[in-house]
Design a protein around this ligand. Structure first.
Ligand code: LLP
Length: 394
């Protein structure tokens, strides 16, 4: 691939669609074992059109959190009824867009939001299917910035209010209550966390039945399965077997209930790399800097969360040296890694910042008036070299 990469202007994202196909097949293998299990891919992880199309063709639905994501999904072939729509701050136009397109259901996060969806649906003479997002107050072993299922987080409706809100929805003729939605956080590698969510859902289902509420047709457990950022090649396809088996073992689904998942990172994370070129090696008093042409504008995770991404020098097999690998943006936090061992690097070398398929390209910004990175897939490199855009033609 390196020779093909050489012909493109850097930085760019590269999506390995063969690995994506393997990953999607592994998910299907597990979910197909159970009737009524279905994955809505969390579009927020990566909305690259070719990636979306491949996911849609593999038979998955979509979890959207904005009108923009709904539009991107419709444009890339997703069936409207295979789209679910979550988010704490849905704007009126987004609710209207969702109702006009006939999405599967809304994941409703508050009572005021329920009122607005009801009003808009009434005006449009439509019925809105809703799941209530319940805050399960279950912690997850992950970065504080990406836990969502604790009572202190802004997401969802307190579990103590669950029955009242369902009863309220029964009184709204343009609202159809279909189920419950949960999500405890992201980059979770301990199956115990998902097990704890299962136990909480079992408790809540018991409470509902005790209150005479039996029409829960859908349980949506969100996403959150993590990937191995340290060793991206050890198990490039995440351990879906353990993840799905945890739900099969601990969640007590009632007959005819559907189980929905919203994985994002585990679907696309390992398939994507940010390819960047080394501009300068700068020797400083205490450090050796590898200054590359990608910056925090292209991949913000290290700057925002202190996230680790494995980095490799695709152009050198020389013995390793330690580098601080930094971008060109005028911020000290524009640092991809500190004291990172990299094959001895020189100007012009191509570096791959790995495990960047999720929350990479989609979180890019134009700070410093930088251009947004382009995303290429394996197919873009399989076409003949004459067809390939070069640095001059892009
Ligand atoms: N469902 C809901 C309601 C969510 O909020 C999220 C992620 C997902 C599903 C998908 O979670 P996943 O399977 O990808 O873990 N930008 C951060 C991650 C933020 C995740 C936000 N919600 C990062 O770069 O690590």
């Amino acid at each position: 691939m390196r020779d093909c990469f050489e012909k493109k202007r850097t930085p760019f994202y590269y999506y390995d669609t063969e690995l994506l196909a393997e990953t999607l097949a592994a998910i299907k293998r597990e979910t197909d074992k159970h009737e009524g299990w279905h994955l809505h891919y969390a579009v927020k992880a990566c909305a690259n059109a070719k990636v979306l199309q491949q996911i849609q063709r593999s038979g998955f639905g979509a979890d959207c959190v904005s009108g923009g994501e709904i539009r991107a999904c419709l444009k890339n072939g997703f069936r409207p009824d295979d789209i679910v729509f979550a988010g704490v701050g849905k704007a009126d136009w987004e609710i209207t867009t969702a109702l006009e397109s006939g999405i599967g259901y809304f994941n409703v996060e508050s009572i005021p939001e329920l009122g607005v969806i009801s009003d808009i649906a009434t005006n449009m003479n439509k019925v809105a299917n809703v799941c209530f997002r319940i805050n399960p107050d279950v912690g997850a072993h992950t970065h504080a910035g990406i836990t969502t299922g604790l009572a202190e987080n802004k997401f969802g409706i307190a579990k103590e209010d669950m029955i009242d809100v369902i009863r309220l929805s029964h009184r709204l003729p343009n609202i159809r209550f279909v189920g419950l939605h949960f999500h405890i956080g992201s980059q979770i590698l301990e199956m115990d966390d998902f097990e704890a969510l299962c136990h909480r859902i079992n408790e809540l289902q018991d409470q509902l039945e005790a209150a005479g509420i039996r029409e829960v047709s859908c349980i949506n457990v969100g996403g959150g399965l993590g990937i191995d950022y340290e060793h991206p090649d050890d198990a490039p396809v995440p351990d879906f077997k353990s993840y799905f088996e945890t739900y099969a073992k601990y969640l007590k689904l009632r007959p005819h209930q559907h189980l929905h998942f919203e994985l994002g990172r585990a679907v696309v994370g390992q398939c994507g790399s940010l390819i960047t070129r080394l501009l300068y090696v700068k020797q400083a008093t205490k450090k050796q800097f590898a200054i590359v042409d990608a910056g925090m504008t292209d991949l913000i995770r290290p700057a925002l969360y202190g996230a680790h991404h494995h980095i490799e020098n695709l152009s050198s097999n020389s013995p390793q040296q330690l580098y601080d690998i930094v971008g060109p943006v005028c911020e000290s936090s524009d640092t991809f890694a500190k004291d990172f061992p990299l094959a001895e690097a020189k100007r012009g070398d191509l570096l791959a910042i790995r495990s960047a398929g999720a929350y990479g390209e989609i979180m890019a910004s134009q700070y410093n008036c930088r251009e947004l990175p382009v995303g290429y897939t394996t197919e873009d490199f399989l076409s003949s070299s004459e067809d390939m855009p070069t640095a001059d033609t892009e």
